[in-house]
Design a protein around this ligand. Sequence first.
Ligand code: PAF
Length: 287
Amino acid sequence: MIKLFNKVNEFKEYRKSLTSKSIGLVPTMGNLHSGHLSLISQSALENEVTIVTIFVNPLQFGPNEDFDKYPRTLEQDIQKIESLSIDRDILILSPSDPKEIYPDNFSTTISIKGLTENLCGASRPGHFDGVTTVVYQLFKIAAPKTAYFGQKDFQQQLVIKKMVNDLDLPVEVKTMPIVREESGLAKSSRNQYLSDQQILEALELNQTLNKISDILTNQTYLDASIDLNSLLEPIIKDSRWEYLEILDSENLQEITPKTNSAVILGALKIGSTRLIDNQVTKIQYAR
Ligand code: PAF
């Protein structure tokens, strides 16, 4: 059964009848693609009820970003969820108005220091405050046992795990693998802004991450003093790269001898569209 709610109060009332059920939450901004659908399928596999939220969150967009043009495609989103033919309950919460999530006079922001300051946090000031504030609200409304996020937004999933840990929220956050086009391009709602020519240009993002990952996995470094980021200097001379960095995948800080796994993260501007991608990789040290 798929049930749609546009009002948070009606949703909350219904949620009260589910106290004995295991609940999975998939927060989205809609315009669902196979990356989102993989999260929904995983949640339905692991929970009796899956709540999918569809809410284009104004708080996480900067003044010159694509909030107004962000695709709102509720009808098609519902059809895509139906086409999964899941035999467990799916509740879709698509608030009809931002005031459903942020009532008049709402003035609280959840803000995390450190982890939000580099990468997307540096290029999109305030973005992660918007993300943590809305995800906190959605956790409160949906009260899930488990919440599912995609690895494509690598920094986002770490920020949410940090919030859950710091505030001791009773939610398990699971990160699911990136879903890609056959070409390697990571699935994203923003891919549809690209022309055919720009899609070809966008492949450089994933191809560069793969190349760097191959270099890292095929070498044994004597120690962690090697400046891995010098590998990146010739690439990021091209001003389309907003960032390209190799960092510790647990805390997004510089690699140290304690680093268990690294992550290569890139943001590439194609015209006015900004795409992100990442690849987790091992770094081997001679011991
Ligand atoms: O990843 C997204 O789509 C959004 O940042 C999220 C987690 C739904 C919060 O608005």
